[in-house]
Design a protein around this ligand. Structure first.
Ligand SMILES: [Zn+2]
Length: 83
Protein backbone atom coordinates (compact mmCIF):
# COMPACT_ATOMS: atom_id res chain seq x y z
CA UNK A 1 0.00 0.00 0.00
CA UNK A 2 1.41 3.40 -0.89
CA UNK A 3 2.32 6.00 1.68
CA UNK A 4 1.80 9.69 2.01
CA UNK A 5 3.68 12.15 4.21
CA UNK A 6 1.15 14.41 5.88
CA UNK A 7 3.93 16.87 6.80
CA UNK A 8 5.08 17.75 3.28
CA UNK A 9 2.74 15.86 0.95
CA UNK A 10 5.43 13.55 -0.44
CA UNK A 11 4.00 10.36 -1.90
CA UNK A 12 6.94 8.95 -3.79
CA UNK A 13 10.13 8.90 -1.69
CA UNK A 14 10.41 6.98 1.56
CA UNK A 15 12.96 5.12 3.61
CA UNK A 16 11.40 1.85 4.67
CA UNK A 17 12.85 -0.40 7.36
CA UNK A 18 11.37 -3.86 7.07
CA UNK A 19 11.99 -7.40 8.18
CA UNK A 20 11.59 -9.94 5.43
CA UNK A 21 11.58 -13.70 5.40
CA UNK A 22 12.31 -15.01 1.96
CA UNK A 23 12.95 -18.24 0.17
CA UNK A 24 15.27 -18.05 -2.78
CA UNK A 25 17.08 -20.33 -5.14
CA UNK A 26 20.77 -19.67 -4.62
CA UNK A 27 22.55 -20.69 -7.75
CA UNK A 28 26.32 -20.90 -7.42
CA UNK A 29 28.73 -21.16 -10.24
CA UNK A 30 31.62 -23.59 -9.82
CA UNK A 31 33.74 -20.53 -9.13
CA UNK A 32 31.57 -19.74 -6.11
CA UNK A 33 29.76 -16.81 -7.64
CA UNK A 34 26.21 -16.49 -6.39
CA UNK A 35 23.16 -15.69 -8.46
CA UNK A 36 19.90 -15.42 -6.54
CA UNK A 37 16.96 -16.65 -8.56
CA UNK A 38 13.26 -17.04 -7.85
CA UNK A 39 13.20 -15.05 -4.65
CA UNK A 40 9.86 -15.35 -2.93
CA UNK A 41 8.77 -13.15 -0.03
CA UNK A 42 7.17 -15.35 2.61
CA UNK A 43 6.66 -12.64 5.17
CA UNK A 44 7.29 -8.94 5.33
CA UNK A 45 6.90 -6.70 8.33
CA UNK A 46 7.34 -2.97 7.87
CA UNK A 47 8.86 -1.51 11.01
CA UNK A 48 9.50 2.10 10.16
CA UNK A 49 8.72 4.44 7.31
CA UNK A 50 10.25 7.87 7.08
CA UNK A 51 9.96 10.61 4.50
CA UNK A 52 12.99 11.25 2.30
CA UNK A 53 12.00 14.84 1.78
CA UNK A 54 11.39 16.20 5.26
CA UNK A 55 12.43 13.31 7.51
CA UNK A 56 9.05 12.95 9.16
CA UNK A 57 8.25 9.50 10.52
CA UNK A 58 5.73 7.69 12.66
CA UNK A 59 2.23 9.09 12.66
CA UNK A 60 3.15 11.73 10.04
CA UNK A 61 3.31 8.95 7.47
CA UNK A 62 -0.09 7.66 6.52
CA UNK A 63 -0.98 4.71 4.38
CA UNK A 64 -3.27 5.54 1.54
CA UNK A 65 -5.60 3.34 -0.43
CA UNK A 66 -4.35 2.05 -3.74
CA UNK A 67 -5.56 4.35 -6.46
CA UNK A 68 -6.19 1.52 -8.86
CA UNK A 69 -7.12 -1.90 -7.50
CA UNK A 70 -4.48 -4.34 -8.66
CA UNK A 71 -6.31 -7.40 -9.90
CA UNK A 72 -8.22 -9.49 -7.44
CA UNK A 73 -11.96 -9.26 -7.15
CA UNK A 74 -13.80 -7.29 -9.77
CA UNK A 75 -15.38 -4.16 -8.34
CA UNK A 76 -19.15 -4.50 -8.07
CA UNK A 77 -20.97 -2.11 -10.32
CA UNK A 78 -22.93 -0.06 -7.83
CA UNK A 79 -24.88 2.51 -9.76
CA UNK A 80 -25.51 5.52 -7.60
CA UNK A 81 -27.63 7.71 -9.82
CA UNK A 82 -26.00 10.00 -12.33
CA UNK A 83 -26.31 9.50 -16.04
ZN1 LIG B 1 7.64 14.66 4.32
Amino acid sequence: MPYRCSACGNRTRFDVVATRRTRAFHHYSLGGELTVEEEEVLEERVEEVSCRWCGAAGSAIEEIEDVAPAGGEPVANTAEGGS
